[in-house]
Design a protein around this ligand. Sequence first.
Ligand code: NAP
Length: 487
Amino acid sequence: MKLILCTTDAPSGDQTGHQMAYATTNPATGKVEKTFETLSDAALGAILDETVCCFREDWPHRPIAERAAILKRAAKIIRDEQQSIAEIMTRDMGKLIAQAIGELQLSAAILDYYADTAANFLAPKAPPGALAATLHAQPLGALLAVEPWNFPFFQLARVAGPQLMVGNVIVAKHASNVPQSALAFEDVLRRAGVPAGAYADIFATTDQVGTIIDDPRIRGVTLTGSEKAGATVAERAARSLKKSVLELGGSDPMIVLEDAPFDTTVLNAMVGRMNNTGQSCVATKRMIVVGEERGRQFLEAMTAAMASLTPGDPLDASTTLGPVSSEGALQGLLKQVEAAHTGGATVALGGERIDRPGSYLQATILTDITPDNPVYRQELFGPVLSFYVVPDEAAAIALANDVPFGLGGSVFTADLERGKRVALAIESGMAFVNSPTWSTPQMPFGGVKNSGYGRELSQLGFGEFVNWKLLAVSPAGSPPPGAETAG
Ligand code: NAP
């Protein structure tokens, strides 16, 4: 193995290279605002060296309280500068400015929460019944985090908060369409006191991501993104026996039972489907209403609510329908809607590009989607609601589970016990009663089936890259184990 001398002065700001793949293309205007070159292999190697040195000699050896104070400073910077950071995120990927600010507040809360709880999470534990044995939390080392554009700060915070408190160090490859958000997050951590070797953002190519995964300096990989990217990265990690965590796509059902209160259920469905212009892995992608008459009423109400959204500049606080993240994303959604229609679905609302600059899709509702329709089992990652009416609870559960995904799901009802029973019957990593799937710093996040494996956030996510090392201590002069039964 290569000997690394821990005196490297890594050119972490020197992102010199060959490719201009990272760019802010404002989806509200279609204009390319800024481009960035990808890293040279030499610069990337130096960053990995610095990361390993930081792990070996610095970051995990600092007292938990010192790491916590740094993360709390980062949370404060995010809150103090939320308006300017939110504008960067909105320019990168088009989210409504108020939702960008909400995301930053959640990101700051995540950093605070893990700073506050780490000492407790990391305290040694005694395995029940095992006398004189304890488990000690040790960090694994340098992790690669591959992240998507849809929540540009939250996705990074939910890796960095817990993992930096564990004592791991992170190399982060953010999506190529949110480079300024990626730099802003790194800048916040740096100003708070996180050393360059403990968190480094890299503008890496897909090929370089593969090379980084193979590199013995990297000890684990976490990816949030599509099934395709997840499978590629997990396969590569498995080849060198590295642990991976995958947070992938979803097609969350929202089951509306006969007794669900009408108005609040519509409000929840709107937030569940339209938050982040529908570009959330846990968005309410399929609304499943029990009962013909209620189905008709809910469709009417959802059509009116979605039709009332006002497209406009996402930086303008009065806009309620922003662009989708890119022209490519818009074209993909238009193709899915067209294929749904050709396959027999009814486009009950919208379905077309909005005639204005930028990548805007009308708020869209699809009905009459049969199991042979291509969109029946696909994820619709944008402002498109699939609307179903079923005769009873059993049919609702069967439909909810008839997709390859298993991320989140929700049930709306006045009967909480029934709601819990139905929610537990949804094949998913998360299920909510009377709320769309949501994320807080305290709750674990993750799925089953093609939505991935492993968890982020909570004690579960915190522990994904921890070596819970067994320490068993016997008194000096003890006989060898098994001696008393060895005959
Ligand atoms: P994506 O194409 O998979 O991109 C996600 C990240 O993976 C980006 O950084 C991307 O880099 C990188 N990437 C793509 N292909 C790769 C490969 N072959 N090898 C290594 N890295 C690769 O995902 P997306 O379509 O932008 O994001 C939307 C998807 O993410 C949806 O399916 C959504 O549901 C899912 N998602 C899941 C969660 C969750 O927590 N479960 C949260 C948010 C989003 P480039 O940008 O450079 O291509």
